[in-house]
Design a protein around this ligand. Sequence first.
Ligand SMILES: Cc1cc2nc3c(=O)[nH]c(=O)nc-3n(C[C@H](O)[C@H](O)[C@H](O)COP(=O)(O)OP(=O)(O)OC[C@H]3O[C@@H](n4cnc5c(N)ncnc54)[C@H](O)[C@@H]3O)c2cc1C
Length: 489
Amino acid sequence: MERDYDVLIVGAGAAGLYAALQFSEDVRVLLISKRELTLSNSSLAQGGVAAVLDKDNDNFKLHIADTLIAGKYKNNLDAIKVLVEEGPEDVLNLKKMGVAFDLDEKGHLQMTLEAGHSRHRIVHHKDSTGKAIVETLIEQVKTHSNVELCDNTMLYRLENNGRGFLCGLLMPDGSSRVVGAHYCILASGGIGRVYQYTTNSAIATGDGITLAYKLGAEIKYLSRIQFHPTAFAAENDRERFLISEAVRGEGAVLLNCDGQRFATKYDERGELAPRDVVSNAIMLESKEKGNEKFYLDITHKDPEFVKNRFPMIYEKCLEENIDITKQWIPVFPCQHYLMGGINVDLFARTSIDRLYAAGECSHTGVHGANRLASNSLLEALVFSRRAANDIMDRLQRENNAPFESFESSDDLSGNVMPKGYRTEIRKIMQDCHFVIPKPEAVPGGLKRIREIQHEIENGGYEINRDFVEARSLATVAAIVLSEVENGVE
Ligand SMILES: Cc1cc2nc3c(=O)[nH]c(=O)nc-3n(C[C@H](O)[C@H](O)[C@H](O)COP(=O)(O)OP(=O)(O)OC[C@H]3O[C@@H](n4cnc5c(N)ncnc54)[C@H](O)[C@@H]3O)c2cc1C
């Protein structure tokens, strides 16, 4: 590892990897991922990427309209236009790089329908699109000799020194290393792990958002959290396996505990209404029935089609003793996606000079109050490319003098942090701000979260991964609940 870099990219999901590929060979880039390179929300993406690629049957206006409807018109229209109009090129670029999107018999990209989309516009690789994208991007990044790719390397401190950032890194052996970077792109993902039950990967603890917040960056709409209506209802597993929207897109129906369809009772679009509407319908039905048992039924479809179209879901459910070609799949809503984040402009610039954010940790305004399915990978691609291009422009215009001397490591030693903070934070969040929020629980929950945050920040604890993630969870939970208390919607 060098002493300083032109650019530090924090995160090896779709946003971080795609950003890294945009830099020319003379730009020195450090790309870090706090765990193994493939552990990310991007790797978990099943359904696919939304893009207007079939111009005979689809157009930008329709994709924009669908995004606005799902987002309850709280979206930033300029950001949506950038997303929808530039996104198709990025998807084709992925194909060119080697992502094996499914093709039809004529060799054209196969497009599927997902909830909230008025046209078939989701390109996919079976039901493991994210894995296919991440693996291809990693291979591509490895061929770029200007990018140093480090796994198991965690950012725990980000300090602005006027001409860039001093970045404290926890190295794979637990030691500290401080490097300088003239620009930083935070592509550190979402906050799902602040909930008891989430579809998110273990890395989703809001570290980037917390470090940006500590620097004084503007954070927006962190309380806009999407709950996915159909996660596999495992009894004890924190990370819940997603039963993708595409399963409903292909005709699966939602049943209550009595085996009756009910979704159209709450919205005429039924099972294919946007996620928040379907999640709400399940919670209301659950209240009416006094029962939390819900199911997806796709048994009426040809078993071979189901196995071929959803091989991963089929296998995962089989591991839980459910054969989806013959049995109903038990489902229930859980935390899935963060619409808000570090506020950025159309070039992914945060309110702090030289600090950029892209992907799920950012708030571009594209999603409004609710994300349209399969728009997030697209957002990660489009805005991370824009961030990188903006930095490239600046690098050409600015003369970045080398950093003055700085300590090359921090003292990480301290007391052992007591166990239990994370569990308590997760329980409070689940109680206060799940699908149908409980405003009466928020003041008490927020008070306790702030106490925990204070204890973590001031306990003199050893800086290790557990500490950094607990600090992040407490920080993002406090921001979410204070937004709710202040009536931010
Ligand atoms: C189960 C599931 C299914 C989904 N399906 C779809 C879909 O079909 N279509 C779609 O568009 N979207 C989907 N999404 C959402 C989408 O996958 C994510 O929003 C998107 O991939 C986020 O990409 P990202 O690059 O911003 O973050 P991530 O892919 O989550 O990557 C974050 C990276 O940041 C790193 N990191 C975090 N903190 C630190 C730190 N402190 N130091 C160093 N590194 C750090 C992590 O190690 C990781 O490499 C799905 C999400 C889930 C969970």
